[in-house]
Each structure stands twice: as C-alpha cells, then as structure tokens.
Design a binder for this molecule. Structure first.
Ligand SMILES: [Zn+2]
Length: 386
C-alpha cells in the first residue's frame, strides 16, 4: 500500500483513493506567460513518478492540470506584444506541453485553460453567495472565511496569524483574511461580464471551478509547489468544502519542495533561471529524471549542473545492465526489485529507490541475471529509456 505525506494532517498516511482502481490527481499548473523552468519540471516529474508507480500497482490515474491564463502577467505580456491574452496563453501552453513531452511526462491527460471555465466560476461564486458564505463589498466578491471549518489548518496558521496577512486588500471586507472571488474594482486590460459586474474571476476560484467541473465533489490528490499552501490551497480547500458539502473533498495534499538556483529562488531579474528546454537539449531527459529523483520530493534542492552531471555514471550503469538482459531473473535481483518498488511506496522515497537500482545494476554487472520484462518495468516506473 502506498504511504503518502498529507499536508492537511501533517503526517504520512495510508493512501486510499475514493474509487477502488482510479486515482484522480489535480496539479496546479503554470501561469502561461513564460517558458517552464526546472522548478516546474520537478513538480510534473514528481507526479509523473507517482502516477507511474500507481499504474505499476494496477491503478489507473486521471491527471488534470490547469493553465492559468486569467492573470495580470498574461495580460501584461499581451499588451507588450499588442495581442490578446488568448494568443499569449496558447503560445506558452504549447511550449509547456512540448516540455512535458520532452521530459517523458505522459501521465498528464487533461490540460485546462481556466478562461474556458468562466461561466462555471460565476455559477459557483453565485452558489457560495446563496449559501451566505460569500458577500459583495464595494463591487468585489469575497469569501467569508469565518464561516469555514478548519480554515488555516492546511497552512498551519492560527486566526491571529491569518489576520496578519494583508490579503486582497479592499474596502468593506468583513475579515482581513477573507479571500477575493471576483475582482470588479481594479482596471484590467481584459475582463468578463458577470452578474456581479464586469471584472476578473480571481485566482483561487479559477482552480476550484476547473477541478469541480472535471472531477465533481471529490478527488484524490491535489498537488503543486509547497509555496502554494497559503493563500492558494487554503482558499481552494475552503471553497471546495463549501461547494461539495464535505469536510474532506480531497484525500491527500501532496506538496513538492522548491528548486533554488545559487541558493535563491529562480527569477529572470536575478538571471538564475534554468529553462527546461535548454536543459533537455543539453543533457536529455533521462539524466534530468535521475537528478530530480535523487532528492526526496518534499526537500528543497539547490540546482547544480555539476550534481546533475554526476548522475551520468548511474545512467551508464543502467544502460550497461539494459544491454545484458537475459531470459531469467535471479532471486537476489527480484528481491532488490521488490525493495525498489517498496521504497517508492514509502512516501515516494526515490533516493532509496535509486540506491536499490544501482545495486540491481551492479549485480547484473557481476553476472546476476535480470530478464527484459523486469528491467523494462523499472525503466517504465522511472520514465527512462531502457
Ligand atoms: Zn492552483
């Protein structure tokens, strides 16, 4: 059985999906106004590894990724290029899909532009207002978080701590920590008509609508970078609880650590961004996978090209073993394969799994036997070329 760390309970739990053989996963996707960097790659590689592990265990996966195209950065880029937000979004969404493909991330089977969900967002905001958990203040619509059970639990904040965030500042808010649902007061280059007025459906509500329309009242895993815990995931969970009339509409909240570059967050202004397309071109996808999986997904990692290149001997050893497959597998090797799979089932402990893989390959080098099916199984789970 898979054990996963759930950010909601802050503990490693047995993972049991709502449906017996199907795991529904929602991953917070990119804001489509630029290319994907290694931090994005790590997120999608992590859930790809998780999906591949689940597939190996006989479960199907349904992986939905939203693409945020209703966003000030997308609008600005459109303005700079004298084009529409849709054109900008399409260009970078296609580049993102290319990056996923070049990394061998085949588990994502649905990509959704949030702008295709504006009428759903409007309906759901209406529902929240009817339930009297959302209200209008000076033209904007807000979620009244004092009506939400356990608000603050996922980001582990007390009411006082939540209060200290100057979130979605606007006149007439009931509580400082209330979350904006629809912004009608700021001036944006693009806006949408709604019964609340002309405005922009706000960030957290966009993802809620995409997940709700595709998955309904519940789904199994919500994923994304750990930095999304507050306010994004706190708000999303609150909205989902209220819309689904359930305290736990999502089984497990799985967060991935950051990828730093030179000890700092990647940013264009610092000039330390590592773009996925450059890295794949230079090193190929297999070594990138081995590098990313050499760290536990919950830990932060500081990118170093030297560390990445140091995975080359392991890749060469895997290639060597792949060229030596025979018609049987020795017990010594099949025990190690079981350990490899078990490590992944232990909160996706990929560093431990890679250590087992190295032992397997060294065993093959020493004359132990592995057959093509067993070797192929390992490569399929890791997403590397046999
Ligand atoms: Zn999101």
């Amino acid at each position: 059985m898979l054990k996963l760390f759930n950010s909601f309970s802050s503990s490693v739990e047995d993972f049991i999906p709502f449906e017996k053989n199907l795991v529904k996963i929602f991953i917070c996707g990119p804001t489509v106004y630029d290319y994907a960097h290694l931090g994005h790659a790590r997120i999608f590689l992590t859930y790809d590894l998780l999906s591949r592990y689940l597939n190996d265990q006989g479960l199907q996966t349904d992986v939905l990724v939203n693409m945020t195209d209703i966003n000030q950065n997308v609008f600005n880029k459109a303005k700079e290029n004298s084009t529409t937000y849709k054109d900008v979004a399409k260009f970078y969404a296609f580049a993102f899909a290319d990056d996923l493909q070049s990394l061998g991330v085949y588990s994502v089977n649905r990509l959704a532009y949030v702008s295709d969900y504006v009428s759903s967002i409007e309906n759901e905001v209406k529902k929240l207002m009817e339930k009297k958990v959302a209200y209008m203040a000076h033209g904007n619509v807000y979620l009244d978080v004092s009506k939400v059970k356990n608000y603050g639990k996922i980001s582990k904040q007390t009411k006082t701590q939540l209060n200290m965030h100057r979130l979605d500042i606007g006149p007439g808010k009931k509580n400082p920590e209330d979350v904006m649902l629809w912004n009608c007061t700021e001036d944006f280059a693009f806006s949408w008509d709604s019964e609340f007025g002309k405005g922009v459906p706000w960030w957290h509500m966009q993802d809620t609508a995409v997940a709700f329309e595709n998955f309904g009242k519940n789904y199994d895993i919500h994923g994304g970078a750990r930095e999304l815990l507050y306010p994004h995931h706190e708000a999303h969970l609150a909205q989902y609880q209220l819309l689904s009339d359930s305290d736990a509409p999502v089984k497990s909240w799985v967060h991935v650590g950051l990828v730093l570059s030179g000890g700092e967050k990647m940013s264009k202004s610092l000039g330390n961004v590592v773009w996925v397309h450059d890295l794949v071109k230079k090193h190929g996808p297999d070594i990138i996978r081995l590098y990313i999986f050499s760290r536990h997904y919950r830990d932060d990692m500081d990118f170093s090209e030297k560390d990445l290149v140091e995975k080359k001997p392991l890749l060469d050893l895997i290639r060597f073993a792949g060229a030596r497959v025979s018609d049987g597998t020795d017990k010594y090797i099949s025990d190690l394969i079981n350990d490899f799979v078990k490590s992944l089932g232990n909160d996706l402990d990929s560093p431990a799994a890679l250590a087992k893989l190295e032992e397997i390959c060294l065993g093959v080098k020493d004359g132990k036997k592995i057959n093509k099916i067993d070797f192929g199984r390992i490569c399929t789970i890791l997403g590397i070329t046999p």
